[in-house]
Write a protein that binds this ligand. Structure first.
Ligand code: MSK
Length: 663
């Protein structure tokens, strides 16, 4: 039986999306939200109990004692399904990282003239990690060696991943003792596919041990390399000013949306859009200029470095087209809905796919080649401009929210102490004193089966009130940007008294945008540096911190969750447990993994429960460290409150208040 169709207000927590959903309903346009209402999920597959790894099946293990034709039990099937999700997620992040290494290599060898080494310090840091001597080498020689070393991590023939040594020592020992150190990035993904082939690994816990190893190859391998290589090529992020939500689209300019995950082409499109010749060409077609905006993680990449505005997150990709104002949506890889092509036909929008790995029916394919990047980008921008005269009526919502993103771990360290004494000490001290109760990393997607952005909004609001610093990536970060939580001023309204004091002292927002999905590796780095800074234990598992993805939907989110658990974190995923049909596997992910690696993975359907479990975990970790219990009444009465009162007064009253009355 088809489910009831939700009203726009039940479908999204974001005002601009609600307006466009109403427009879609009025005009009869289909969207992922409506398809989710019409299409019930398969009850057996959604519990992890459908095995389709051979052609004797699919076997649907509907009863407690059901077995597949080969005799596979429910725990084996559920563990296999989970393991394959991890492998798929890890492959997506890692293959993204590999392409960046090839781009750096091509740039270093002079074959990709439009790219440069924008962060030589990061390049040198990578070289040091790989034990590559720096002496006497040109930047290009060093870049070629670093890119080659990075590429070797994908298929290295002996040893383990080089970046594992960036983890706290205690963590490295746990991995060694459990023999889950990834040997190479590709190998662990391939081995997961091999183990889960018919008739191979048939012990759930053993399969899931390998899931930990495979995911570590993502977090401390593919993703961490992707982040570093992107920083080397395009610059390590620092704060920039920008804007978010669909209101960033402009009625009088050519709107080009970049969507997907890789920065390689989108950076070039941003550069092309600034070309005076192309701006003049846009004017010749009646537009006032060229406006760039982003969706999903391509958006986060160009936002963090260039300040390109965020049009929206995953579930807003179709809604952007409904505005009727998008001349071109240019996509690369991952999280691109096929539903876009159905919608684009009703408007003048040209959908352009660019990756050799992702062709989509109904899209114009213009294959990207880093050797000729800027010319390809200029062609794409020109095509978009040519579409402008075809634009019809537009429905751009007015909602926008300003934000300050760009919180790489390097910048957080700098913000906390400048060049003079940049370190994580002030952050650790704020947690030790109780001004900051703990840290939540809120990451991950939107999911059309639940109210868009609503969980992100609710959990973040509660954490801020509870003096919990929130760091974010991916579509979760975009949700908070649209909620107005990513400006320093937001701390005054949304943060508890202790967190507000810290944000005010340092000048940071209470929610820090740390980048795209692969940039969750930045969060691993921050946690490692906090652990090694001292005062909060010796390992990531000691820190009062929780990871979560309340609206997750992608296999990448499962890989991220698994590598965070393997790194010692408690991770809560919202809504749907993909192995809910098997109690034993659900228990392995939580209890058994906690005994082994100190982190645990839970799937929690209820928002209040997500919040209370996270806070309970943070408080338990504080207690285990011997820190004072959380006492918000101790904070917020400091001199900053007096300054605020002063700033509210007119100038001459202020003078009087500070220096006394006129004499
Ligand atoms: S884009 S993986 S919907 S976060 Fe990275 Fe957003 Fe999830 Fe895609």
């Amino acid at each position: 039986m088809a489910k009831k169709q939700r009203s726009p207000e039940e479908t999204s927590g974001d005002q601009s999306s609600i307006k466009l959903l109403q427009f879609a309903l009025d005009e009869g346009f289909d969207t992922s939200f409506f398809r989710a209402d019409a299409l019930a999920p398969c009850p057996i597959g959604s519990e992890g109990l459908c095995c389709k790894v051979c052609s004797m099946g699919p076997c649907r293990l509907t009863k407690e004692d059901s077995r597949g034709i080969c005799g596979a039990t429910r725990d084996t099937v559920a563990a296999r399904n989970f393991g394959r999700m991890v492998a798929a997620g890890a492959s997506a992040h890692s293959d993204h990282g590999r392409d960046l290494a090839y781009t750096l290599l091509a740039a270093a060898q002079g074959h990709a003239p439009d790219y440069a080494i924008r962060d030589p310090i990061k390049l040198q840091e990578m070289a040091v990690t790989f034990d590559i001597p720096l002496d006497g080498k040109s930047m290009e020689e060093l870049a070629a060696e670093v890119a080659t070393a990075a590429l070797q991590e994908f298929g290295k023939i002996d040893g383990t991943l080089t970046y594992l040594k960036r983890a706290p020592e205690r963590r490295q020992k746990i991995w060694q003792s459990l023999k889950i150190e990834p040997r190479s990035i590709d190998r662990e993904i391939v081995e997961m596919m091999h183990r889960t082939h018919i008739g191979n690994d048939q012990e759930a816990e053993h399969i899931l041990d390998h899931a930990l190893r495979c995911a570590l190859g993502d977090g401390w391998g593919g993703s961490m390399l992707a982040t570093d290589l992107t920083d080397v090529l395009f610059g390590t992020p620092g704060p920039v000013q920008s804007n978010s939500n669909l209101g960033v689209l402009k009625d009088d300019e050519v709107n080009i949306i970049i969507h997907g995950h890789e920065p390689t082409l989108s950076e070039m499109i941003v550069a092309a859009a600034l070309d005076p010749e192309l701006i003049e060409y846009a004017r010749s077609k009646g537009a006032a200029g060229i406006n760039m905006a982003g969706i999903c993680c391509t958006a986060n990449e160009t936002l963090m470095r260039q300040g390109v505005p965020l049009a929206g997150n995953f579930l807003q990709q179709e809604l952007a087209l409904l505005t009727g104002s998008v001349e071109a949506m240019v996509v690369d890889i991952q999280c691109i809905m096929q539903g876009l092509s159905g919608l684009a036909g009703h408007f003048h929008t040209e959908l352009i796919s660019t990756s050799p790995k992702a062709r989509i029916k109904g899209f114009t394919h213009i294959e990207f080649d880093e050797h000729n990047a800027l010319n390809i980008a200029k062609d794409i921008v020109r095509r978009a401009i040519d579409k402008y005269p075809e634009r019809g009526e537009t429905h751009i919502p007015e909602e926008t929210e300003p934000l300050i993103p760009g919180f790489s771990h390097e910048y957080i360290q700098y913000a906390l102490g400048g060049l003079y004494r940049g370190s994580f000490r002030p952050l650790n001290d704020a947690i030790i004193s109780g001004r900051i109760r703990g840290v939540v990393a809120n990451i991950g997607c939107n999911n059309a089966r639940i109210c868009h952005d609503a969980l992100h909004r609710e959990v973040v609001t509660e954490f801020l009130k509870n003096d919990i610093l929130v760091v974010e990536t991916g579509c979760g970060a975009i949700a908070s940007a649209k909620q107005g939580y990513m400006t320093p001023e937001a701390a005054f309204e949304a943060a508890g008294p202790g967190l507000r004091e810290v944000c005010e002292a340092v000048g940071i927002p209470p929610v820090l945008h740390m980048g795209s999905c692969v940039d969750n590796s930045r969060i691993l780095t921050v946690l490692s540096q906090m652990a090694t800074e001292g005062g909060l234990g010796e390992d990531i598992s000691d820190i009062p911190a929780v990871g979560m993805a309340p609206e997750w939907m992608s296999e990448k989110a499962i890989s991220i969750a698994t590598y965070c658990v393997a790194s010692g974190a408690y991770v809560i995923m919202g809504r749907h447990n993909p192995v809910s049909g098997c109690e034993e596997v659900t228990q392995i992910l939580s209890e058994t993994w906690e005994q082994k690696v100190g982190g645990r993975l839970e799937f929690v359907d209820n928002c209040e429960e997500i919040i209370s479990r996270a806070i309970a975990h943070i408080d338990a970790k504080r207690a285990a460290l011997g820190l004072d219990p959380y006492q918000p009444e101790k904070w917020g009465q400091s001199g900053d409150a007096r300054m605020l009162t002063l700033l509210e007064k007119p100038f001459f009253d202020r003078i009087e208040a500070v220096y006394g009355g006129k004499d």
